[in-house]
Every structure is written in C-alpha cells, then in structure tokens.
Ligand binder design. Structure first.
Ligand code: NG1
Length: 502
C-alpha cells in the first residue's frame, strides 16, 4: 500500500496525468486571486478528488466492501494560517458561492445549521471535525480560497472532496499530523454534521486513491484499502461517466431517500440478529451501529476457514446470508410497518426509533422495505467481490464482458430492490447499452446524478456522440457545447489527496 502520510509536492505532474497546462493555470489563478483577496500568498494548496463508484452501491454503511476509483475533478483550497481565531473563506466562483467568515468558539467550535443547505456548511463541517479530533483549544486563524470542479449533486462526491480538502487544510494549518487513515475518519465524521448519515466510501477513495488503480475498500473489522488494476486484454476498455442532469440533493431528500435507506438496513440488521439468535453475541450486542457485515461475521465466527481463499469465504458467506434473507423476510416482499418491525424486536416503535437514531437523522416512511434492501446489500456485495476477483484472476478473453454484466446486474438491483434509480438514469443506462456499452449503471447515491458505462476504447467517440444525441438532444436540447462536454466524459483512475507547496 502507498505511504500512510498525505503526499506533498510542488509539481503539478505528480498530481495529474493529463492536461497539465490547464491544471497549472488553475493553480496559478487560485494563487493570484488569493493574493488579491488577502494581500499575501497562500502557503499551501490542499487537494482532494471526487470519485466514481464502479460497483458496490449503498453497502458501505452496511460495513460491506466497495469498488470506486478517484476521478481527476477535485476541490482545491489555497490557505494560509494566521494569528487570531478568525477563519475567512472565499470561492473562485464568487457569484454562486458567497464569501463568509467565522470565529472559533470554545462552546461548539463553529455553529452549523444542518437544516439550511449552504456551501459554507461543508467547510464548517470539515473545520469542526478536524478541530474536534485534534482537541485544539485555540486553533489558528486561516485565510482560504476554494475552487471545485466536481459537478455537484451528481453522485461524484463533490461534497466529500470538499470536506476532505478542508480537513487536510485545517490540520496542516494547525501543525497536526497528516496521517491518511486519520484524515479519512475525521472526514467521514465531519460530513455527518451536514445531516446525512453517510458511509465512508467517498472520503476513503478521495484520500487514499493511488492513480491508475481502482480501490477495493473494506470497512470492517478494519479499514483496508487494496488497489486493483483493471485487467489487460486484447481490446482496451474505457469508463464513461454521463450525468443524467437530474440533480439529486442528498441533503434535501435524506428523510425519504438516503437516510431512510440507512435506517432500513439498520433495522434489517437488528431483525437478522434476532432471527439468527445472535442477540447475545458480544460483538453483536455491543455494536453501534449494528451492520449486516457484523451479523455475517458473527454468524460465521466458528467456521473452519482453513484451505479456503478470502474470495471463497466471502462468496460462501454471502450466499448463506442470501438464503437466510429469503427465509426470514421472504414472506414480507412488500415491506413491514413500523409496528411490525418493533413487534419483531420486542420493542415499542419509540424504542426502535431511538435505537436507530431517528432523533438525529429524521426519516419519513410508512413501510420499511426490509426484504428488498437486505437482498440488495448481500447480492451487491457478492457482485463487488466477484468484480474484484474477475479483475485479479480472470484469464478469459471474455473478462470485460463478465465485468460489464456484473455492472448491469448492479443497476437492476439498485433499481428494483434498492429503489435508488430513476426514469432518467434507467433511460441513460439503456441508451448506453444500445450505443455499445457492455455494462452501465448508476454511480453514487442515485435518484439522479451520473451513470458509469464500460465501453470499448475504440468506440468511445461514437458512443459519446450517440448518447449526446439520444439522451441530451432529446431531454436537454438547449445545453451549450461546454455544458454537454462536461456532462459526458471518459475517465480513468486518478490520484488521491495531495498537499501542494506554493
Ligand atoms: P454520493 O453519491 O457522493 O452522494 C453517497 C455516500 C456514500 C455511499 C453512496 C452510495 C456520503 C458522503 N456518500 O455518495 O458513502 O453510501 O452514496 O453507494 O454520504
């Protein structure tokens, strides 16, 4: 694995592999504007990328592994530490994102109103999280200038790229260690201050990406990141990201979309523990939160794993869990009411709501889709494990078709079982397949945002032309050429977090 500490550089070509001239210009424009606003040069530029998830959706918060890669688009924050405890923040896109300032306060570090959806919240979350973790009584003041080019609300993790970058800047400004794993943990906790009960995939990928590889990220029993290369084959393949242009604001829709899914999977874990007689298991009873990965591990605690590979163990266990899912929840294919879930667990509805922290992350639902969500989680994890195995082990000439078909199956499950797709995403995947993609699926939280499609490299130009015509031409005929080019592009695994010395 790469270094444990965030890489430092003053060489743009270490960070980016293409378009070096435009990246250099972007960095020097940021520096110039910083000097205009604050009258001094920045000391450093913190940088952390967005990510595209290749496969493994909505399973990170269940403790299950995922398979994302960093994209080249990123957030960069030029900063300078200064005396006093005032923090000033401006954005290169000053029209859209207004400047703001705040002072560190001993009571709550900085006040964040998670009911208001403002860009300043993401900065404040990163700041608060970092100061809290560092346990600093009197942090330094800071001047900061932000520039981000990860499309927002598109499932490419603009928010995590921003929060991770802020955490790095705040830690550096206060002379704190730049240990990557610790920055990941801080960033994950920090982002929850926005009111979304997120998993850890985006921050881990943003911080830990190594360039030229995707990452197999495991969260439990401990964070483990394994870079995985895409297989060599006689025909080259590319990943194309296409934005449905349906803006899915996770923060706004959280009570009926993202946070509700987290709650459904948490309640499913409690019910599985009960059905499988694991309630008295030490790890299970002390887990907070209890996830499906903890249940799966606890159930197989005494399994003889000698002479079995990791992959064999994963596949065997996941198939067992899928069988249990059918047996335990299969008679409620259309969901459970709150009362039914609470009864199952011998709790009152109020007790259940408290247990899954509905007080912190409010949700709205009459029916909880325990069966469908559980089935998605275990089957999606199986696809992630098989995807990695195929990348690492397959010698078949058909290897990319195997990967593509896992991506198509993932889309089907996201749509039918996890209900996180939408008409436009389904249409975009369908058009992608008709235009030559061998695997196409939504990426990120869904309900809008982007798709990722696996396309033979030699067909990429035609593929993009076709999708532009059939999807954007029909649904968004008034896009400018630039908007269109930003909406669909081919991507390769990019590098992770960097600290750039000015
Ligand atoms: P995006 O697409 O960036 O909103 C969200 C979560 C991930 C993961 C995916 C779904 C955050 C910061 N990100 O990603 O952890 O759960 O949805 O796979 O909450």
């Amino acid at each position: 694995m790469s270094s444990k500490i965030v890489s430092k550089t003053s060489n743009i070509s270490e960070i980016y592999s293409t378009d070096l001239t435009s990246h250099s210009e972007r960095f020097s424009n940021l520096k110039k504007r910083f000097e205009e606003i604050y009258g001094e040069s920045p000391e450093f530029i913190a940088r952390s990328p967005g990510r595209v998830n290749v496969i493994g959706e909505h399973i990170d918060y269940c403790g299950m592994p995922v398979f994302p890669m960093a994209v080249e688009q990123d957030t960069i924050v030029a900063f300078r530490a200064k005396d006093g405890n005032q923090v000033n923040v401006s954005n290169m896109n000053a029209e859209k994102y207004q400047s703001f300032s705040f002072n560190f306060s001993k009571e709550d570090i900085v006040h964040i109103d998670s009911k208001v959806h403002a860009w300043s919240n993401y900065f404040k979350c990163g700041y608060k999280g970092a100061i809290e973790k560092m346990k600093i009584d009197s942090p330094k003041g800071m001047d900061c200038l932000v520039d981000g080019n990860v499309p927002t609300g598109s499932g490419l993790s603009s928010s995590s790229s921003f929060v991770c970058t802020v955490v790095l800047a705040v830690q550096k400004a206060n002379g704190y260690s730049l240990d990557k794993e610790q920055i990941v943990k801080t960033s994950v906790d920090s982002e929850r201050y926005t009111g979304v009960n997120g998993g850890g995939m985006d921050q881990t990928c943003s911080v830990m990406a190594t360039g030229s590889s995707a990452l197999f990220i495991e969260f439990y029993p401990k964070l483990r990141v394994t870079p995985v290369k895409f297989p060599a084959s006689s025909q080259s393949y590319a990943f194309v990201v296409a934005n449905s242009l349906v803006v899915s604001d996770k923060h706004v829709t959280a009570p009926v979309c993202y946070n509700l899914r987290v709650v459904e999977t948490r309640i499913a874990s409690l019910m599985l523990a009960k059905a499988l007689n694991l309630q008295d298991d030490d790890v299970v009873s002390n887990a907070n939160p209890l996830t499906m990965k903890i249940i799966m591990d606890a159930l197989h605690n005494n399994q003889d794993v000698q002479n079995k590979s990791d992959v064999e163990i994963w596949i065997e266990r996941l198939n067992t869990m899928l069988k249990h899912t059918d047996e335990i929840f299969g008679d409620h294919p259309d969901g459970y009411t709150w009362e039914q879930c609470a009864d199952y667990l011998n709790l009152s509805v109020e007790e259940l709501k408290l247990k899954i922290r509905a007080d912190l992350y409010p949700i709205r639902a009459d029916y909880l889709q325990i069966f469908k969500r559980t089935k998605h989680v275990f089957s999606e994890t199986l696809r992630v494990v098989k995807f990695r195995q195929t990348c690492e082990e397959s010698t078949s000439a058909d290897v990319y078709n195997q990967l593509g078909s896992l991506m198509n199956d993932s889309q089907e499950s996201c749509d039918k079982l996890f209900d996180c797709s939408c008409t436009e995403l389904n249409e975009l995947c369908q058009i992608a397949r008709e235009s030559g993609s061998i695997g196409s699926r939504l990426t990120g939280a869904g309900w809008g945002g982007c798709t990722i499609s696996l396309v033979p490299e030699s067909m990429v130009d035609n593929f993009i032309k076709d999708v532009k015509e059939k999807y954007y031409g029909k649904r968004y005929p008034n896009l400018t050429r630039e908007e269109l080019n930003n909406s669909i592009f081919s991507t390769r695994p990019g590098s992770g977090m960097y600290l750039y010395s000015v």
